[in-house]
Ligand binder design. Structure first.
Ligand SMILES: Nc1ncnc2c1ncn2[C@@H]1O[C@H](COP(=O)(O)OP(=O)(O)OP(=O)(O)O)[C@@H](O)[C@H]1O
Length: 368
């Protein structure tokens, strides 16, 4: 028995007509993991999901489920179920009939169909709408029904394609939480496609970031947020402050970067052998770790900290927080979020000189 529920090996998809949608996609998923796929529109998330579901043929590479080769197996013979954004609920059937349908197609006997249908209706707490038709359901209810329809088949892997995309923000948040609890409770592997980074990070045990058909990074949400491995991830995920420069050297787990602001240090995200002194790199610091103080207050002089000097160009209050935009010589302005009280106490004002300071160990150096 394989240790993995799902393995993708060099998965590739070229559509008829020649569009290269996915290339060199490698992934190993453990049983019960919640994996999010995130990336900009057209990066290949849905295509990858559809290849796993068997709804799209695989051009080359291999797809294993629990160690067994499913690369060219038909969709209905795969132990997967798919939830689509548009729910795909049959309008002429009741909720219960919709849920039972997938079991009837599989030829289960009627007592077993009833037992499973009732159990999943109970689990998802949709007993009150079991006789309703689609036209009478709210967005959140449709979402639950489509989830029930997928789960009732007891798949090894549940595939979800932007399942919350059609819901308003509040409902989306509460269904996200429910979905996460349900997944932990059932212990089923979920593969969840979204283009919303906050959703990918809050739901996934691991997140796969895709760009232009390729995997950019596969990491836990925290690592993705704090230790980007590529310029794309540094820009796409989180709220990073980026300073470009040239590598001076990288050793003992520290990389030094020559920038407009002098030499700054960070943890290298590349193999030390792969990037040479003089190569283009970027220093990336998550804004949560960047402190803003009045120039010369001395915070930056602490051991292990780096500082760059700038000028406040604007301060924009939004409730308890303020956005301070800082102009820096030679690079784009940086926007810092801070507590209003702190900014007032520090006496920061437009036109004032400030220091931006962070612990060097919080910064990451990425090969450009
Ligand atoms: N049936 C198809 N035939 C030809 N090209 C396709 C087809 N489906 C998708 N593509 C192309 O493949 C690439 C990847 O598309 P895909 O839908 O997988 O991206 P995505 O990341 O899911 O995007 P979105 O977030 O917009 O759904 C795109 O360039 C798209 O135009």
């Amino acid at each position: 028995m394989s240790a993995y529920d799902l393995e993708l090996k060099k998965l590739k998809k070229v559509y008829p007509g020649g569009t290269l949608a996915v290339e060199a996609f490698d992934l190993q998923v453990e049983k019960g993991e919640f994996i999010s796929f995130v990336g900009p529109s057209g990066c290949g998330k849905t295509t990858t999901l559809r290849m796993i579901a068997g709804l799209e043929s695989i051009t080359s590479g291999e797809l294993l489920i629990r160690g067994k080769d499913f690369t060219h197996v038909r969709a209905e013979q795969r132990p997967t179920a798919t939830i689509f954004q548009n729910y795909a609920i049959f309008p002429h059937m009741s909720v219960a009939e919709n849920i039972a349908f997938g079991l009837q197609v599989r030829g289960l006997d009627s007592a077993e169909i009833k037992r499973r249908t009732d159990a999943i209706i109970d689990k998802l707490q949709i007993g009150d709408i079991r006789d309703a038709r689609e036209s009478a359901l709210s967005g959140g209810q449709k979402q639950r029904v489509s989830l029930a329809r997928g789960l009732v088949t007891e798949p090894d892997i549940l595939l979800l394609d932007e399942p919350l995309g059609a819901l308003d923000a509040n409902l989306r948040k509460s269904i996200q939480e429910e979905l996460k609890i349900l997944q932990r409770d059932l212990g089923i592997t979920f593969i969840f496609v979204t283009h919303a980074q906050s959703e990918a990070l809050s739901m996934g045990d691991r997140v796969v970031v895709m760009n232009a058909g390729r995997v950019e990074q596969i990491s836990s949400p925290f690592d993705l947020y704090t230790r980007p491995k590529s310029p794309f991830v540094a820009r796409f995920i989180g709220r990073n402050k980026i300073i470009e420069g040239k590598l001076e050297d990288a050793r003992d787990g520290r990389a030094r970067v020559k920038t407009n602001f002098g030499t700054l240090a960070g943890v290298p995200s590349f193999d030390p052998g792969r990037v040479r002194p003089g190569d283009d790199v970027m220093l990336v610091a998550p804004s949560e770790y960047v402190e803003i103080t009045r120039a010369g207050s001395g915070v930056g002089l602490q051991e292990g900290h780096d500082t760059v000097a700038g000028t406040v160009s604007s301060i924009e209050p939004v409730g308890q927080v303020v956005y301070v935009t800082v102009a820096l010589p030679g690079i784009k302005p940086i926007r810092i979020e801070a507590y209003r009280e702190k900014i007032e106490q520090a006496g920061l004002e437009p036109g004032g000189a400030v220091d931006l300071t962070w612990k060097a160990e919080r910064a990451t150096v990425v090969a450009a």
